[in-house]
Design a binder for this molecule. Sequence first.
Ligand code: AKG
Ligand code: FE2
Length: 276
Amino acid sequence: MNRKNHTLEYFIDLDRYPIHQLDSAEGKELLETCHAHIDNYSNCTLPGFLQQSAVDELADELRQLEAVARQVDFPATAYGWMRNRGFPAEHPRSQLFPRRCGTITTEQISSEGPSLALYQFDELTEFVRKLLNFESLFRLACPNISVRANIMQQGDEFGWHFDTNDGVVSFAIQSADVGGEFEYAPSIRSEDDENYTEVSNIFSGAKSPSKAITPPGTFFLFMGRRSLHRVTRIEKSSQCRHSLLFGYDKKPNMVFPEHIRKRLTEPKNTSFHGID
Ligand SMILES: O=C(O)CCC(=O)C(=O)O
Ligand SMILES: [Fe+2]
């Protein structure tokens, strides 16, 4: 096998995004720009973050994993971490959205390959920590959900939802031809205010969401617990949409509970994950 030299500069355009020198004037400027964007839009979107040759290698790796992706296919609540029984039919907590998507989990990915090599860089973890303004940030120790990839084909969609945590990092690796766009409503909820009126407006289409522009190679940090989001249906595409997702935690050695890991690693997951 033709092993690549997986250095930081092989993966990341450090001239444009000097994440290895965050204390330099250029590094500070990068952080300032990102923080302002996070404050206003609940995300940090850095196009051209990955070098083209790295994008190509990552896309090759994910393409080879398409055959073993687990298919998730069920109607899902946007509020996966809450008990949602007993709300009126039209209430946001009662609504379900299609979640149809292929998932690759960490144990399926080669430890020699580019996806796991990119995850291992302390410079990247430190950059994310500074973006989030956390005292500490660690890569996960989870054998299944540290690094994930979403593999979406024609007809797939990942309906409206909130993530269980803020600060998930994803990389756009391969786009669909038509559809498969990331739409979101920034900071629409908080732990003190669910803001159901605005959530309903997005669900019903009365209010239009924002769209993230994420061509392949884009770094994307997202506040998904506060911000409603979805990946729109892939209407037509000759190739799958690939996104690569990296998990982090404030504490070291975080492993997701077994029932969550099981749910993601079951061969075909069509179980009802709606109201319970
Ligand atoms: O694949 C993506 O771009 C993000 C999908 C998503 O929101 C998620 O996996 O929670
Ligand atoms: Fe999400």
